[in-house]
Design a protein around this ligand. Sequence first.
Ligand SMILES: [Zn+2]
Length: 308
Amino acid sequence: MKRILFFLSAILMALHVGAVPYNADNLPKPDETYGRVVNPDGILSQAEVDSINSLVLNIERAKNMQFAIIVVNEVVNGDVFDFGVKVFNKWGIGGKANRGLMLVLSVKDRDTRIITGNGLEGELPDAVCNRIFNKVQVPLLKESKWAASMTASIITINEYLDGNPEVVKSLSTDDEDGDGWLYWLLGGGGIVGWAAYSAKKATKCPQCADGKIAKNIEGVVLKEKEGRKRVYMVPWVCNMCGHIVEKEETHFFDENDPDDYDPKHNRSESSGGSGFIGGSGRSSSRSSGSFSSWGGGHTSGGGSGGRF
Ligand SMILES: [Zn+2]
């Protein structure tokens, strides 16, 4: 009995420790090269963390961005915006390109924020972030769907940055006209549906009805080389009508890698996403250690969010 009481009190103490509100000083920083999700209270499951890491790894590579996804129970003083900005700048989310994006959720405070780095603010304006908050996050958070809110936000941001006309239209106005794509995403399209959608979007011939376009590796041209970054122009050719679509691919090579184009080196393409693996169940990023380190990024407080 004494032993049971000991374990019970140990569990209660552990729960109590876990429930401490966070600020920029006591929030534990993970080894960011293994993942972007900071989940100290265990609000997300390991499977949800792995799924989000897999999703953002592909987007980071394709768009030269850095994410930080923070999910806590409570922040000191309940000021989630102030908390997020301080953590963002302390950890330097965004890297040298200063293209950082932070999503913060404080469950007990019922408050969530999208915080953009100074180098991303122009591409992802505050008004757009505000519509992502209202149209994507609030409906899911009101149902306590924490991971789904993060995932749907990340997918929507990626599609917006890609210039998906349906998403751009939806996020250009507060009214609900043209929100069909978002309803689809929130209503069950989800991450697996989006992966299928991405693959279809990337391979359907824009010229003829039945054809599919595929990469013609022999026509690849190196367009730009800067540090680890290589930008290639890759022709995609239709199997029915021969129509050619040129797509840009950005790859980040290790210093020791050759410059030769390797279609398997990057699993995602900046303009298509045919290689997206978010829902395909490939190995999680937990053990891959393939994220870049945070550092160098700064925010002046761009973005949006609020209480839900
Ligand atoms: Zn065609």
